[in-house]
Design a binder for this molecule. Structure first.
Ligand SMILES: Cc1ncc(COP(=O)(O)O)c(C=O)c1O
Length: 391
């Protein structure tokens, strides 16, 4: 038993999307919810204490970001990722997805192209579509379950006259790749030669399995004059996504000004006293909790992969390197996407993210969230194996 992560954790009466939206999304409210990417674990105890203490002080007025918050973030990236960030490069903003939208508005005109590498987190598409820019797809190459970037096709996409931005997902949700240094160097090289702005979404940077090589921050490899916008947040790392605070790290002053201008134009640079408190406490005190979490998640990953291999052999899974997500290749079940959804929802009673929401390359796949007590995964695996037996 793990004293932190095996604990039953009720999210009843908290308005949790993962639970309370089940009826709307799956048509039944009793599916075992292994979808939305948050965790069924309590936030780290120092975060809870800091928020509780803050709440006890009844001053909830307009608030400034304290120096200590910037210091906590700078120390975290220096100590865990070997990345030295200067305070001026940081801009606090209300989320990574809003940052994708803002970057589209800042660096591309309406109708101009933005490259994404599907299958990829659905807001990578919608940030482009909703801002009236154009999606340019550079699909990942899949070989025997292994994924890599198509660098030759990336170069061809980047060379087009009106393509301005590459949205990089690093580590890559949903396939769980942690890009190697040489892969990232190649991306930077292409971006430099074709004047692309790289928007590097590194929200999952702290979530790398202990038995896999470490994550490399793109900013570590970039030169001073590279056009790079990095987006990070403590929200995935410490399970605080409802607090809605993330950070941009932009070394280039022109790019920084352009991003600031977009957020400023909507008057969105305000500070919420609770978000700020959770953000700082996570980065300052959350390290030991994260260490235990990653070991636990690795155990969950191994449990699910082993169970599927033994009990549902047609579902293939490549061992992910990062993110707490499994990308299930269900194509050997021979079902179309509608029937695949019915297999999981109606027969097994398990709620996963359908692969085709990550792009057409995700057809025949499902994404499973590992971040829950193991007993939940045991129930889900029993249910999936049971459905397969009567398949
Ligand atoms: C790659 C990626 N980016 C961004 C987000 C969400 O970021 P935010 O809640 O800060 O908008 C997620 C959440 O799953 C994600 O996986």
């Amino acid at each position: 038993m793990n004293h932190l992560f095996d604990q039953p954790f009720s999210r009843a009466n908290t308005g949790a999307v993962k639970y309370d939206a089940r009826e709307a999304v799956f048509g039944r409210e009793d599916v075992i919810p292994l979808w939305v990417a948050d965790m069924d674990f309590a936030a780290p105890e120092p975060v809870v204490t800091a928020l509780t203490e803050r709440a006890k002080h009844p001053a909830y007025g307009y608030t400034l970001y304290p120096d200590s918050l910037y210091d906590a973030m700078i120390d975290w990236y220096r100590d865990r990722h070997g990345w030295t960030i200067e305070r001026d490069w940081i801009q606090l903003v209300p989320g990574v997805v809003p940052s994708l939208h803002a970057a589209a508005m800042a660096f591309a005109e309406a109708g101009e192209g933005i490259i994404i590498q599907p299958p990829v987190y659905p807001p990578f598409f919608s940030a482009i579509q909703k801002t009236g820019r154009r999606v340019v797809e550079n699909p990942l190459i899949e070989e025997h379950g292994d994924y890599r970037m198509d660098l030759a096709h990336l170069e061809a996409c980047a060379a087009a006259e009106d393509v301005r931005i590459l949205q990089l997902c690093s580590p890559h949700n949903p396939v769980g790749r942690v890009w190697r240094r040489d892969e990232l160097e190649a991306v930077l090289d292409i971006a430099r030669r074709h004047n692309l702005v790289v928007v590097s979404d590194e929200i999952h940077c702290d979530l790398v399995f202990p038995d896999k090589p470490a994550h490399t921050m793109l900013g570590l490899l970039a030169r001073d004059d590279d056009a790079l916008v990095t987006t990070v947040a403590p929200s995935k790392t410490f399970n605080l996504p409802g607090l809605g605070l993330s950070a941009l790290v932009v070394q280039n002053p022109d790019l920084r000004a352009a991003m600031r201008q977009v957020f400023d134009s909507m008057h969105m640079l305000q500070c919420n006293p609770f978000s700020m408190t959770g953000f700082e406490a996570g980065y300052r005190h959350g390290g030991p909790w994260l260490g235990e979490l990653l070991v636990y998640l690795q155990g969950n990953r191994d449990f699910v992969i082993d169970s599927l291999r033994r009990r549902v052999p047609p579902i293939k899974v490549r061992e992910p390197e990062g993110c707490y997500l499994l990308w299930l290749d269900c194509r050997e079940l021979g079902l179309d996407d509608k029937a695949l959804r019915a297999f999981f929802v109606d027969q097994a009673g398990v709620g996963l993210n359908p692969g085709q929401t990550f792009g057409r390359q995700g057809s025949g796949f499902m994404r499973l969230n590992l971040a829950c007590p193991r007993v939940t995964l045991e129930r889900a695996l029993d249910a999936i194996a049971g459905a397969y037996e009567t398949f």
